[in-house]
Ligand binder design. Structure first.
Ligand code: ACO
Length: 159
């Protein structure tokens, strides 16, 4: 349930160059260290802070001048379900609008039911299925909600 008081106290900003990158959070969203380290090299990391502590992160990648892809989004497990994920998505939308970007993209697994719900609620629409993406790119089988994570579902939001 949305916690309005908590949300008021969360600051989201670009990570400072001397701050530790919250790899633990990022690996919750994407268990492949290989994949995370590849896209981090060409992405911006933004963090959510509560009382100066990093409690959330969002990784933004711009494949071209007109597109922003959210590569990774994560909230500390004990603070999930309170509206912080939605707040991070709103923040990424504001950044896109400021940069005159027209298309936002986000991808998640066929088994990530809660995430698919959240992204569609935030205005993203399913546009593509990258078949067997997780079978080809991840060494171990992944299961969520009793479903095998096999395909990458791509969602887009036009601004
Ligand atoms: N399961 C069920 N419902 C969910 C889930 C979930 N995993 N995530 C969000 N929701 C629902 C909430 O219940 C809420 O519904 P409501 O508005 O009807 O009450 C709505 O979506 C908004 O949720 P928030 O509270 O804003 O989301 P939250 O702060 O939990 O952040 C996030 C969502 C980032 C997915 C978080 O749950 C998380 O860190 N999960 C683990 C990492 C992860 O899976 N990241 C995404 C991978 S895909 C990618 O990174 C591109």
């Amino acid at each position: 349930m949305i916690d309005k008081e908590l949300l008021k106290n969360i600051i989201i900003r670009k990570i400072h160059f001397d701050e530790p990158v919250p790899y633990g959070l990022m690996l919750d969203a994407d268990p492949s260290w290989n994949a995370v380290s590849k896209y981090l090299a060409s992405s911006e990391v933004h963090v959510g802070l509560l009382k100066r502590e990093i409690i959330a992160s969002i990784v933004l990648y711009m494949p071209d001048a007109d597109t922003l892809e959210i590569k990774n989004i994560a909230v500390n497990e004990n603070l999930q379900g309170k509206g912080i994920g939605q707040k991070l998505l709103d923040y990424a939308t504001r950044i896109s609008i400021k940069k005159n970007i027209r298309t936002m993209i986000i991808g998640t697994s066929n088994s990530s039911i809660g995430q698919l719900y959240l992204y569609q609620k935030a205005g993203f629409e399913m546009t593509e299925i990258r078949e067997n993406f997780f079978l080809y790119n991840y060494p171990e089988p992944i299961f969520e909600n009793g479903i095998q994570c096999r395909h990458m579902i791509m969602l887009k939001k036009y601004l």
